[in-house]
Design a protein around this ligand. Structure first.
Ligand code: AMP
Ligand code: ZN
Length: 498
């Protein structure tokens, strides 16, 4: 259970720009926050990659016996087009186009997002809070920042005073940018007139008359700034300081930089110990992105509904494809890469089925095989401990597969001690299914088929008991029509597929 005591994790902390040992604030409890999707359109494969990466982090921490509170929000207000302080809210824009209420838009894409994540076998987070459900907390946080003298009100909006903050702290510590560079990066937009400095950012925005998402506040009707929701919800559910915060690299600036500033300004301490950032999924060498339209949707892949692929790919193949790259490396999507992933996934599942089907037989064992297998299993943990290195873990698992295939004769592993055999079964299963989250889709399908036909057999037996022959015959005949033959025997009814 408490494997975490013997596994020291090194993780790459973006705040330090290097790997460091992970020491939780209050082990075995861990608080982890990941920026969730902005639900104004379908999550694309790039978004999915980021969430699958953090699913593996979550799974591995759980596997080691940590008690993790994993918070991943749903952004349903405040994220403006172009990620700037001006312009339309992304959700309100879609609502207008699709003629829906903004909350209908949020619901539609939240449901879709959860469906896709479930198909990709990502565990649901412990808490999935929405920004609109935490307006009060956000208003309170704005007030604290104002009270602490690090924000100012202007015409019904509240801006974070970056220069004032920078007198004592360092705005830019995460992204490595300095104030001069930031000035160069800012664009001249209307509202910048009312900002004291162009580098200041909105934590509360006054709602223009046409803006439909609006709430009462001490500063008039308005809506929260995008960066504020994560600070408010992180603080509420994980405390003023928590262990891990994740998101895609593109969120480092301004989103996460602002979160650090807001945490310091409101709560008097830096909010997060370890910042983790995933790299981008690319398509044709370009970052997959909603705004450029360079996207591919997970469902298009699962159903083969895109001209970018030759056929449909099962969600588990797509997950395997993602895990073959380290989360801090870019990953380029291509049909050929998916085909290779399909092969790899099938090979791994065949080994899993083989291992689970093998019974231990007492044989004379060689210590050499034992040693090699134990070493390979240990190396899987070492790779996962090394900043969640899934590609190296998968490579080690394949070496184990080769070893297992080499010593498997007549459904027995020849020359392995009972102890090693037990560890092999337990760890291989654990690493593949629990940590990497790869389920055996072939076996799952078989289980579902068995369950469905079993249910029909029960219904038929019931019909027979009630002498409802037309019903019992209909079940048998209609199953036969689709190639499923029922056979009545002494032990009950079984089925075969013609
Ligand atoms: P969004 O729904 O735009 O707020 O993005 C949700 C998450 O997906 C964020 O953590 C982004 O950083 C991440 N993301 C966006 N594009 C990509 C991409 N091409 N590859 C990997 N992650 C991405
Ligand atoms: Zn966020």
């Amino acid at each position: 259970m408490d494997k975490y005591k013997s596994n020291r994790i090194q993780l790459f902390n973006s705040l330090k720009g290097e790997k460091e040992e992970f020491i939780p604030i209050n082990a075995p409890h861990i608080g982890m926050y990941v920026c969730g999707p902005t639900v104004y359109s379908n999550a694309h494969l790039g978004n999915a990659r980021t969430f699958v990466s953090f699913d593996v982090v979550y799974r591995y921490l759980l596997f080691l016996g940590y008690k993790v509170r994993y918070v991943r929000n749903i952004t349903d207000v405040g994220h403006l087009v172009d990620d700037a302080d001006e312009g339309e809210d992304k959700l309100a824009k879609t609502a207008k186009i699709e003629q829906l209420e903004p909350m209908e838009v949020a619901q539609k894409y939240t449901v879709e997002f959860r469906k896709v994540m479930q198909m990709l076998n990502a565990l649901p987070p412990s808490i999935e809070p929405t920004a609109t459900g935490h307006i009060i907390e956000q208003i309170e946080m704005v007030q604290s920042i104002l009270d602490n003298g690090l924000a100012y009100e202007m015409n019904g909006s509240v801006y974070f005073d970056v220069l004032k903050y920078n007198e004592k702290l360092n705005y830019g510590e995460l992204s490595g940018r300095n104030i001069e560079e930031l000035y160069e990066g800012t664009r001249t937009l209307d509202a910048q007139d009312e900002k004291k400095n162009a580098v200041d950012f909105a934590i509360w925005k006054k709602a223009a008359p046409e803006h439909i998402m609006r709430w009462n506040s001490p500063w008039g009707e308005g809506f929260p700034g995008w960066h504020l929701e994560c600070s408010a919800m992180g603080t509420k559910y994980l405390g003023k300081k928590f262990d891990i915060h994740g998101g895609g690299m593109d969120l480092k600036f301004p989103h996460h930089e602002c979160e650090i500033a807001q945490g310091n300004a409101a709560n008097g301490e830096s909010p997060v110990n370890y910042w983790l950032h995933t790299n981008m999924l690319t398509l044709n060498g370009q970052r997959m992105s909603k705004s450029t339209g360079n996207t591919l949707l997970p469902l298009e892949l699962f159903y083969g509904a895109s001209d970018k692929i030759d056929k449909a790919y099962a969600p588990m193949v797509v997950r395997f494809f993602m895990l073959q790259a380290h989360y801090r490396s870019t990953l380029d999507f291509s049909g050929a890469a998916l085909q290779a992933a399909e092969k790899g996934y099938k090979k791994l599942m065949a080994a899993l089925r083989l291992l689970n089907g093998i019974a231990y037989q007492e044989t004379e064992f060689s210590e050499r095989d034992d040693l090699e297998i134990v070493k390979l299993l240990d190396s899987c943990y070492e790779f996962m401990n090394d900043d969640f290195n899934t590609p190296r873990t998968i490579a080690a698992l394949f070496e184990i597969v080769a070893k297992v295939n080499g010593i498997c004769k007549n459904n027995a592993l020849v020359g392995l001690s009972k102890k090693t055999f037990g560890r092999l079964q337990e760890d291989f299963n654990g690493l593949v299914t629990q940590v990497l989250g790869l389920s055996d889709q072939q076996k799952d399908n078989q289980d579902q088929l068995d369950g469905t036909i079993g249910m029909l057999i029960d219904l038929r037996t019931e019909a027979k008991n009630e002498k409802n022959w037309s019903m019992s015959d209909a079940i048998r005949d209609q199953l036969k029509e689709i190639g499923i033959q029922l056979k009545d025997g002494k032990e009950g009814t079984s089925y075969s597929i013609e």
